[in-house]
Design a protein around this ligand. Sequence first.
Ligand SMILES: Cc1cc2nc3c(=O)[nH]c(=O)nc-3n(C[C@H](O)[C@H](O)[C@H](O)COP(=O)(O)O)c2cc1C
Ligand code: SF4
Length: 506
Amino acid sequence: MAVGNRDLRGVALRQLPVERWPTREEAAASRWFSPVKIGGLNLSERTWVPAMVPWRATEDGFVTPEVLAWYERFAIGQPGGLVLEATGIRDVPSGPLLRIGHDRYVEGLAKLVETVRRASNGRTKVFIQIIDFLNVRRRPAKDKFFARHLVVDDTLRAELAAALGDSRWSMAPEGDVRDALGGADEALIERVLAPRALEAYRFGYRERVTDTHLPHVAQLPLQLPGLFAAAAERAKTAGFDGVELHFAHAYTMASFLSATNTRTDGYGTTREGRARLPLEVIAEVRGRVGKDYALGCRFLGDEVIDGGSHVEDAAWFGARFAEAGLDFLSVSKGGKFDDAKQPKVGEAVYPYTGPSGHECMPTIHVDDALPESERRGPFGRNVQLSAEIRRAVRAAGFETPVIAAGGICSFWQAEEVLAKGEADLVASARQALADPDWFKKSRLGFGHEIRRCLFTNYCEALDQRHKQVTCQLWDRELTSDGNPSGLLAKDGKRRLVAPDWEPPPG
Ligand SMILES: Cc1cc2nc3c(=O)[nH]c(=O)nc-3n(C[C@H](O)[C@H](O)[C@H](O)COP(=O)(O)O)c2cc1C
Ligand code: SF4
C-alpha cells in the first residue's frame, strides 16, 4: 500500500487518491463492514473510532452538554466501536479532562453511554479509555525557577565553584546561589545544573516511573491495579460495553512497558519486569469486572525514541496481554515526552511535537525529508506494527482481535489491511473527526460525499493548547446547515460539532 504524497507533477497531495468509493453492494460484501466479536460482544462492523480528547469536560472532570454532543455526533456515523477519550482514574484535579476516579462521575458517564446508544440506534458499542499519568508542570519563567523551584545542594555549589573557578561558591548561602544562577547565561546554567534540573528549567518538571526515590512513584505498583480496577468497575456500572486500558503514548503504564524503564524493584529493566505491572493491572481489573466484560488495551507498536521499545517488544507484550485474557489490542505508535519540543514559558511539554509525536499523529509532511520514491505520507504508516503484533498473538495460540490506526482514510485502504490479515478492525481518528459520517457514507454508497481529512493537524494544535478540538473543515459549512446544534466554541468562531448529513432521498 505504498502511496506517495505527491502527484505525477510533484504537487503535494493532501489526500490519499481514491479513484472510486464502494457501491452499497460492495460495502455490504466487504470485510470492513462485516461483524466481529470482541470477547462476548458482537460488533456490527470492524470500523472503530479510537480515543480523542476534545477538551470539553468541566474543570473538575464532569461530562458536559458539549461532551454529549461530541460523542452523539460520532455515534450518528455508526462506527462498530467508539472509544471515549482518555479518562483519568484518580480523584485529583486535571483540568477539563474527563475523570472516573470517584462514583460521582458515574451519572454523567451513564448519560453519555445512553446518548451513544440512542444516536447510533444501538449499532455502536461504546468503550472508555482509562488512564493514569504522572506530574508534569508547566515550563517556569527563569526568575521563578531560580528563585523557587531549583533545589540548591552541595553538589550544585561544587559545580558552580568549579565552573567559576572560585572555591568560595562551594560554601555560598542558598540565596546567593539562586541569585547567581538567576542572572547567569545559558552556557553556565547548562554546565552547572544536573540533567534533571536542567530539564525542569527548560521543559518544566516531569516525573518518571523511574523516580523511585519519590514514595508515591515507588508505590505505583501497589496503587495502580486497584485504581484501574475501581475505574473499570465504575465504567461497567455506567453501562459502557467495555474498557480500554491506556498503556500507550507518554503516560504511566506506557512508561512501565518502555525499554527506558530501568526500575530495579522487579517492575522494570527486562521485558518480563516491564510487563509485570500492566499484567497485574489486567488481572485486578479482570477480577473486578468479571470474565465476560470486554476488556482491552491500547499500547505502542514502537515508541520511536532512542533506547525505546520496538515492534519485537510490542509483539511479545501483545502475546502476553492476549494470554492474560484481554479481548482486544489496539495498536498506536510514538507520542512520547522524551523527544518533545521545548514548550513556551507557561506551557506544558506536549508529547506529540517531536519525531515520536509526528509518528503518532502523522501529517502529510511526516516524511518530507525522505527521497520522493520512499514517501508514503501519513497513510497507513502503522499497519506493519499491528500486523507483526497480530502474527505474534496468533503464533502464541490466541485469536484476540488487533486494531490498526494511523492515516486510514479510505474504504479500500481499510479493506486491504483486513484482506492481508494485518489487523482485525481498522480505526480512524482524524478522518472520523473530519467527517463522523464517513463510515455510514461508505457503507451506503455515498463515499463521494465524504468530507476528507487534510492531515494537517489543525485539530491536534488545538489539543496541544488545551482548546476545544474542532476540525478546520466544519466551519466552511457553517452556514450550509445553519449549525442546528447551535454549539459554538468559546471563541464564538468555530462550530463544536460536524455539520449534519442525511442520505439523499431515494
Ligand atoms: C485531537 C486528538 C486527541 C487524541 N486523544 C487521544 C487519546 O485520548 N487517547 C489515545 O490513545 N489517542 C489519542 N489520539 C490519537 C488517535 O487516537 C490516533 O491514534 C491518531 O490520531 C492516529 O490516527 P489517525 O491517523 O486516524 O488520526 C488523539 C488524536 C487527536 C487528533
Ligand atoms: S483539522 Fe480536520 S482536516 Fe485537519 S487534520 Fe484534523 S480532522 Fe483532519
